[in-house]
Write a protein that binds this ligand. Structure first.
Ligand SMILES: [Zn+2]
Length: 202
């Protein structure tokens, strides 16, 4: 079993913290895919729909935004990809436990305070078996409405982006894509770009 971290840094320029060879574009699709050391695309395959739990650390006002983000993926893919599997109680420790969870952390390593989110996927060969999303609620301010203040980041857009990484997607070169690698504060961007071709990439 191997694991891979994706940390998205939304400061001035986002750095996708993967080795360059870990992201590839297939065909003409704008969305890149995360690949293993052999160049095979990582995928959940028969594990879709992915059971996804939300940790109790998540502020309640953000839960509906997570559900909206899930719906965005379902619409783009034309099928159900995620299945909301309830609230995860207990200590907020993201680890390999066979359960895919979204956490909201109010503590974060100070040396990594430019990370807005960190996604870890666990895989065997080219099959993903688990994914965890950590949101950095310590160093960033998030907005949960339809208006994003200039000093905050749109939570729904962030979660939509994170779910893409969880699925094994990298970034899209399209600036209007929710999977684009940079997002400025005060920006609302929750949709896919025209060239993202989600349904054929899963
Ligand atoms: Zn990213």
């Amino acid at each position: 079993m191997k694991s891979l971290h994706v940390a998205c840094l939304f400061a001035f320029a986002l750095l996708f913290s993967l080795p360059a060879s870990s992201e590839e574009t297939f065909g003409t699709c704008g969305l890149r895919s995360v690949v293993n050391a052999s160049g095979d695309r990582l995928s959940w395959n028969q594990s879709i729909p992915i059971k996804l739990r939300i940790h109790e650390s998540m502020p309640s006002e953000f839960i509906s935004k997570i559900k909206s983000a899930i719906q965005t993926w379902h619409t783009a893919a034309g099928r159900t990809i995620f299945e909301f599997d309830g609230i995860e109680n207990g200590p907020a420790i993201a680890k390999k436990d066979g359960i895919s969870v979204i956490y909201y952390f109010t503590e974060w390593e100070s040396a990594k305070n430019s990370e807005q989110e960190r996604i870890t996927i666990y895989f065997q060969d080219d099959l993903v078996v688990e994914g965890d999303i950590r949101i950095n609620g310590k160093d960033f301010r998030f907005s949960n409405g339809t208006f994003v203040e200039s000093d905050s980041y749109d939570f729904e857009g962030l979660i939509t982006h994170s779910l893409g990484h969880l699925l094994g997607f990298g970034h899209s070169p399209a600036k209007d894509s929710v999977m684009h690698e940079t997002l400025s504060p005060g920006t609302l961007r929750r949709e896919f770009g025209d060239s993202d071709c989600v349904s054929s990439s899963l």
